[in-house]
Design a protein around this ligand. Structure first.
Ligand code: ATP
Ligand code: MG
Length: 703
């Protein structure tokens, strides 16, 4: 089993990569900088493990996003063909769903449980905690999520609470948990926390999973949190057959509970851990890589690393100063156009001139707007990733709630949305009475609706309307269960939307027909996509739908809560990408623009009056620096770093100070159009005059 793969070298793996790919029988950590082929190791190792005798179903590869999982599935398919289909390639959350659907009964969770989104959680918390103040509720949500990510339940959270405020939140958490149990629902954190509980407390389930998985591979390991690591440990058991790949310099989800301790702990928890380091970067030119290495230099290192490129020096990194956000967008348009025309850079040659070869990265979602406007004007096709998810749109949520209710009648949040959207003459008083009745008798709203004694608290007319709704949901559920495959589902969806008159609902609810039409287009797109997921795909040449393995509509509904982005629409692939830095992790483009590199945006504001101490500010700065490193290292051939002389802060315009990371890139001054340090000096002087806060910010900027 341990003979090296004859195909490794031919398939394009260097010696260190081959070492990692061929190490099959114990724990392995590949620790290396950006673009060094870590993800490639995972994909090849999937093939190697199967070649060595594991069944595809015994191999699990865990990625950070659904999109990364889809890409890995595709790459695995081109390496090992049909067998790739059996391999479990998914995110930790999707793995959690699978575990809970299979084994959740031992935790009293029905297989058809619902997955609540952030809005559902907010409204349950408002109710459980008795507050409508958005900021307060958000604070509860964050705290509860943090506790869950630390593996604490409400009782444990209360026991360790540091003050009255935390004790109150722990009690709200207890009520929140009760409601989730009643609704047969879980939140996103539960998708990791409950599988952990399953594995920890139920030996038979643990044995089953350990025996069924021969090897677990984890990409982006540096961004796992405490509970994910515990899940991994219990999945692989004493044998520790896993491969984790990661880069401590790219840990950018600390704010969501990811911890580098997981990297620190690996060698302690697995003394026989094999650590493989990769040193060659295959992605970027030397100029780009040098800038990246210079930026990350000041950050403390968990493990020392060196990275080199053999792609040549390449084009110098450009620092571009822009007057305003609008001006920046114009300059990016001009840059894309001239790179495509080949007038700007000789060295880039005729390659990399498709729209898809370009990407603009920024720190915060709202920064996409000026680019979208300028791209539309210049007729540049683009997509925005990492922004508002398709599933966050009101119309899509409406439909998802209806579908959730069909799968899980106990899902009260879904019930509330479905019964009121579109309006069907069931008012708040009726619903409040139904709610009281349900909680008095410990029933779900749906169960309460059919109770014989409901007539004692509601007039006959109201009961009649509720019954009508209940019967319709039952009928729809029956139809959805019978629906098999794409064509059936299409018919089901269209009948249902007609039944509830959803198009009219959209037009009635919007002032402008244009907006309503846009919403309706989204609905159509959603239906098309859902129908395809029921077992069809589109033929690349004819565009016709080919049905493959047919699934029922109800089965598909159970998978949608996890998808944060829809699969790319057809014909949309050759487009410029606009993306947040966070969403760009693991990806690469020939030409990258880092937009809005000014103090306050990147690094993001560090000096807000939230009582942060110097330590936590220093840590946040380190995470911002890693974000810059991630941004720079997405670029393969050219990189432009923009900064703004003036930027919007709220409604006012303020002077922009070039990001300290620009100076840290230590670019050859001759390559700069203007020396940012001169600007910084001038701006610092101007700033210093203005306010104490500005003086502090300027002083924090090291020249
Ligand atoms: P990141 O840290 O950004 O996630 P990574 O370490 O996962 O990066 P990959 O995405 O696997 O790196 O690889 C970066 C690029 O280098 C890809 O285009 C990949 O195909 C290429 N590459 C990786 N290894 C080799 C190799 N041995 N020979 C040729 N190209 C390679
Ligand atoms: Mg990667």
């Amino acid at each position: 089993m341990s003979s090296p793969s004859p195909t490794s070298a031919a398939a394009g793996l260097n010696l260190a990569q081959q070492e990692a790919v061929n190490y099959l029988h114990g724990p392995c950590l590949v620790l290396a900088g950006a673009g060094s082929g870590k993800t490639r190791v995972i994909t090849h190792k999937i093939g190697r493990l199967i070649q060595a005798g594991l069944k595809p179903e015994q191999v699990a590869a865990i990625t950070f996003t659904n999109k990364a999982a889809a890409e890995m599935r595709e790459r695995a398919r081109s390496l090992i063909g049909k067998q790739a289909k059996g391999v479990l390639i998914c995110t930790f959350h999707a793995l959690g769903v699978r575990m809970l659907r299979q084994d959740g009964q031992v935790l009293d969770l029905k297989p058809q449980f619902s997955i609540l989104d952030s809005d559902d959680v907010t409204s349950i918390l408002k109710d459980a905690g008795g507050s409508t103040d958005a900021a307060t509720v958000r604070q509860w949500q964050w705290t509860i999520s943090r506790w869950k990510n630390m593996g604490l339940n409400a009782a444990a959270a209360e026991a360790q609470a540091s003050g009255d405020e935390e004790r109150v939140i722990a009690r709200i958490m207890a009520r929140y948990e009760e409601r989730l149990t009643a609704y047969q629902s879980v939140d996103f954190d539960d998708l990791i926390g409950l599988p952990l509980k399953l594995l920890r407390e139920h030996e038979s389930v643990r044995n089953k999973w350990q025996q069924s998985l021969g090897h677990v591979l984890v990409d982006e390991y540096q961004d796992t949190n405490v509970t994910q690591y515990e899940v991994l440990k219990l999945l692989v058991g004493m044998r520790g057959r896993f491969t984790a790949v990661g880069d401590d310099d790219q840990s950018i989800y600390g704010w969501r509970g990811a911890t580098l301790d997981n990297l620190r702990r690996l060698p302690q928890d697995y003394p026989n851990l094999k650590v493989v380091k990769l040193e060659q970067n295959y992605r970027s030119t030397s100029a780009i890589l040098r800038a990246a290495n210079n930026v990350i230099g000041p950050n403390p290192k968990l493990y020392p690393k060196t990275l080199f490129s053999e792609l040549g020096e390449g084009e110098p990194v450009r620092v571009v100063d822009c007057d305003s956000e609008e001006h920046e967008a114009e300059r990016v348009v001009a840059r894309i156009q001239s790179l495509r025309a080949g007038t700007e850079l000789q060295a880039v040659g005729s390659q990399f001139k498709e729209w898809k070869d370009f990407c603009v990265l920024y720190r915060a979602n709202h920064m996409a707007k000026p680019f979208e406007k300028a791209f539309r004007k210049a007729q540049i096709p683009y997509k925005v990733s990492g922004g508002q998810s398709f599933f966050d749109r009101a119309e899509i949520k409406d439909l998802c709630c209806w579908l959730r209710l069909l799968v899980n009648n106990n899902d009260d949040p879904a019930f509330m949305r479905a019964v009121t959207t579109p309006k069907r003459g069931i008012g708040h008083t009726t619903l409040a009475a139904l709610g009281n009745f349900a909680s008095q008798y410990r029933l779900s709203l749906f169960e309460a609706l059919f109770s014989n004694s409901l007539g004692s608290v509601l007039p006959a007319k109201a009961v009649g309307s509720l019954h009508e709704f209940g019967r319709y949901v039952n009928d729809l559920e029956y139809r959805a269960r019978k629906t098999m495959g794409t064509q059936d589902s299409r018919a089901f969806l269209s009948d249902w939307l007609k039944d509830i008159d959803y198009e009219k609902h959209l037009y009635d609810g919007e002032d402008s027909d244009k907006l309503a039409a846009a919403r309706w287009t989204n609905v159509m797109e959603f239906c098309d996509w859902m129908a395809l997921r029921c077992g069809g795909h589109r033929d690349d040449t004819s565009g016709a739908v080919v049905e493959t393995e047919k699934k029922s509509m109800l089965e598909v509904v159970q998978t949608i809560a996890l998808l944060s982005t829809m699969s790319e629409r057809e014909g949309e692939k050759n487009v410029v990408t606009l993306s947040t830095l966070h969403a760009a992790k693991g990806l690469e483009w020939p030409h990258v623009v880092l937009a809005g590199c000014v103090e306050g945006l990147l690094p993001f504001k560090l000096d807000d009056d939230d009582g942060s101490n110097a330590d936590s500010i220093a840590q946040r700065l380190q995470e911002e620096r890693r974000l810059m490193y991630v941004g720079i290292t997405r670029a393969q051939r050219t990189l432009a770093v923009n900064w703004l002389r003036k930027r919007k802060k709220g409604r006012t315009l303020i002077a922009g100070v070039p990001s300290r990371f620009i100076a840290e890139m230590a670019l050859d001054q001759a390559t700069l159009k203007e020396d940012p340090r001169e600007k910084i000096k001038a701006l610092r002087a101007e700033f210093a005059k203005k306010s104490l806060a500005a003086r502090a910010a300027a002083a924090a900027y090291p020249l």
